[in-house]
Design a protein around this ligand. Structure first.
Ligand SMILES: NC(=O)c1ccc[n+]([C@@H]2O[C@H](COP(=O)([O-])OP(=O)(O)OC[C@H]3O[C@@H](n4cnc5c(N)ncnc54)[C@H](OP(=O)(O)O)[C@@H]3O)[C@@H](O)[C@H]2O)c1
Length: 333
């Protein structure tokens, strides 16, 4: 029987709640502690997700010092992912860190150095990469179903309005559409081609108040000649789909990012004709799939859904795209 992995959650915001809810239903995973900047939030979160009173920590330091915590899920704003990933590594805690892994490539290198020298697990929390739908996509591409990958259309954008209190609408917190959701299309384009792009350019509207990209489109060009068109942002709701076009067909993902537990499907057109390829998610909730995937690969220290080199590749592209629109975060100055 698989051993139970004991989780601590750092931060009590939006995604922490979704992750905690799904974790409670994940086989062999146990939520044992939470850490928050405030005792009140830790108590509220702990009560909601069945964490014992003594394990509702009023600081991130206390969470990291908890001997019962084996792996920490970091659900903090982007600008402090590096600081707390490194702190976890030094405390010999395994790490599942929210995307994007850090603010930039230089920071990602520092995190990896700490992870390697302390021999702990690290995965950037791209849930969609852990979903069976994405593994099916890899399999279809690698088996040549659509021939050579030539063009990718990938979109992730929503309309949150001009809420400047949100971490996404903040330059000091390394927000913006590219960092928040653009990292997904970038990562699926890299996955589909199986290479790193040689050219990355974006155009964007940088908000006068937010000082981040509020809507952007980007183009990637790969050594094979494949190209990707990406859209992302926080001020326009688009159809969040992906289509990968090859020399002999195409694969369309109607729901690439949240892979539903039931009825996930890829719409495949190939020489053999058109068909819907259905994917079973084993009845697990999305973030339970992610937690179980991390747990299954703890011993290897990195996971096949999003290995370290993949995170570095994604950070490189985000750096290049931000550079092309002149977007520098305050913490980089
Ligand atoms: N994988 C996904 O599907 C997904 C979805 C949404 C977001 N994310 C990622 O998850 C991270 C958090 O996003 P979120 O939507 O959960 O954000 P959020 O609702 O604003 O929560 C962030 C939490 O971080 C803590 N925090 C520490 N310093 C903070 C500061 N200076 N300002 C605000 N909060 C601070 C707070 O927890 P305490 O007060 O308890 O300390 C806060 O509740 C981001 O990196 C984002 O990219 C991933």
């Amino acid at each position: 029987m698989a051993e139970t992995l004991q989780w601590g959650i750092m931060g009590t915001g939006n995604i922490a709640r979704k992750f905690a809810k799904d974790l409670l239903s994940a086989p062999n995973q146990k939520l044992v502690a939470v850490g928050s900047r405030s005792k009140e939030s830790a108590e509220k979160f702990g009560a909601e997700f069945k964490i014992p009173p003594g394990k509702r920590h009023a600081s991130y330091e206390a969470l990291i010092a908890d001997p019962d915590v084996q792996i920490v899920y970091i659900s903090l704003p982007n600008h402090i992912h590096m600081e707390w990933s490194i702190a976890c590594a030094h405390a010999k805690k395994h790490i599942l860190c929210e995307k994007p892994l850090t603010v930039n490539r230089t920071q990602a290198d520092q995190v990896l150095e700490a992870v390697k020298s302390n021999d702990v697990f690290l995965m950037e929390a791209f849930m969609y990469r852990c979903h069976p739908q994405t593994f099916k996509l890899r399999e279809l591409i690698q088996s040549g179903t659509i021939g050579e990958v030539r063009m990718i259309h990938a979109h992730f954008s929503y309309n949150m309005g001009l809420n400047y209190k949100n971490i996404r609408m903040s330059n000091p917190m390394a927000g913006g559409g590219l960092m928040d959701v653009g990292c997904y299309p970038v990562s699926i384009a890299r996955l589909a081609v199986g290479q790193e792009p040689i050219e990355c350019k974006a155009v964007a509207k940088i908000g006068a108040v937010s000082r981040v990209d509020e809507q952007a489109v980007a183009a990637l060009h790969f050594p094979t000649g494949a190209v990707a068109a990406i859209s992302c942002g926080m001020q326009a709701a688009v159809d969040n789909t992906v289509t990968i076009y090859g020399s002999e067909g195409s694969i369309h993902l109607p729901s690439p990012w949240f892979g539903p537990a039931k009825d996930a499907k890829l719409v495949v057109k190939s020489k053999a004709g058109a068909s819907d390829v259905k994917v079973e998610a084993g009845g697990l909730a999305p973030y339970a799939i992610e937690a179980v995937h991390a747990a299954e690969h703890i011993a290897a220290r990195q996971a096949p859904a999003m290995p370290w080199a993949d995170s570095i590749g994604n950070m490189n592209v985000l750096d290049a795209l931000r550079s092309s629109i002149g977007l520098v975060f305050d913490c980089e100055r």
